[in-house]
Design a protein around this ligand. Structure first.
Ligand code: BTN
Length: 316
């Protein structure tokens, strides 16, 4: 058996003491079907005895990650959890003490995942939920650039491993065929105007099937599996992300934001569109024509005035 796979259930199927027939098993939908979190069920013949049902899952383990991650510091110190309230919360707690740059907290499931604007983030098994800590020596005003850098890293990770071309919706939503597949939450810790740590949380929908998403977000959310019809290894995606992020982060620290900004604009679907931005202060409409060097969305209103939007929900 493939060493990336874990045999979770290994059971004979019986009804009233008798083996179920192949037909009955098919009817029950047991044959090569995916459950809502992307585990695969398949049947294996057992000589004359009948069949056994096997549930396979890609192994989500620290060992598989640490043995092969190809970075200098991102993801070198990791904390893996089956279930946590929120990786972001744990990362924040860790920053209270000495913590190495690149430290990462990864969970298979979050019970209280948090999104932007204090929203709930659904984090069932099947997705990839992680937060990590960086400590850049940059002015506070430029910290939002790291959100955009992270979005570029996610896009490159997906493009590198899969036949997909994700788009970025400002500031930090990654879309596949118009539906959100990934969200990024960036939080800052600073003292006396200096950045102490930036905590970046990434939520990537990987193997969830439709039923795994709550009804109210089913039309707007998707997973990599839903878009490709494949079951994808979350650990490969995580390793890919660490590599891409570290490359971009080094580039950013050495040469500034310009190149990252160009990459971001190439994948952005918001630029050039008429959009409605809902901010804490109210709603504004205009043409999104670029981003500022701080990562703010530049909006041209009908009367020609230019607005810089730092935080908003974008429709359009
Ligand atoms: C968004 O609203 O689009 C951002 C979602 C960020 C979710 C991730 S999942 C890992 C980390 N832990 C959390 O509680 N939130 C972030």
């Amino acid at each position: 058996m493939n060493n990336q796979l874990q045999l979770v259930v290994d059971s004979f199927l019986k009804a009233d003491g008798n083996m179920l027939s192949m037909e009955e098993l098919k009817e029950k939908g047991c044959i090569s079907s995916l459950d809502q979190f992307g585990s695969n069920y398949r049947l294996e013949q057992m000589g004359d005895y009948g069949y056994r049902l096997i549930k396979e899952q890609l192994l989500f383990t620290q060992q598989r990650f640490t043995e092969t991650v190809q970075t200098e510091f991102i993801g070198k110190q990791v904390y893996f959890f089956d279930t946590v309230s929120s990786t972001q919360r744990i990362a924040k707690k860790l920053t209270m003490n000495q913590v190495e740059e690149g430290t990462m907290i990864i969970a298979e499931e979050q019970t209280d995942g948090r999104g932007r604007m204090a929203r709930k983030w659904h984090s069932q098994k099947g997705g990839l939920w992680f937060s990590f800590i960086v400590k850049p020596e940059i002015p506070i005003a430029t910290a939002p650039q790291l959100t955009l850098l992270t979005a570029v890293a996610v896009v490159r990770t997906i493009e590198d491993l899969l036949p997909l071309h994700p788009k970025i919706k400002w500031p930090n939503d990654i879309l596949l065929h118009g539906k959100k597949v990934c969200g990024i939450l960036t939080e800052l810790q600073a003292t006396d105007g200096n950045i102490e740590a930036v905590i970046i949380g990434v939520g990537l929908n990987v193997n969830q099937q439709k039923e795994a998403f709550p009804e109210d977000i089913r039309k707007k959310a998707t997973s990599i599996s839903l878009e490709t019809g494949m079951i994808v290894d979350p650990i490969s995606l995580l390793k890919g992300f660490c590599f891409q992020f570290e490359q971009l982060y080094k580039l950013f620290l050495q040469h500034g934001f310009q190149q990252i900004k160009n990459m971001w604009e190439q994948s952005c679907e918001t630029i050039g569109k008429e959009v409605t931005a809902t901010t804490f202060k109210g709603t504004v409409k205009g043409e999104a024509f670029g981003i500022s060097d701080e990562g703010a969305l530049l909006l041209k209103e009908k009367d020609g005035s230019v607005l810089r939007i730092f935080s908003a929900d974008i429709d359009g």
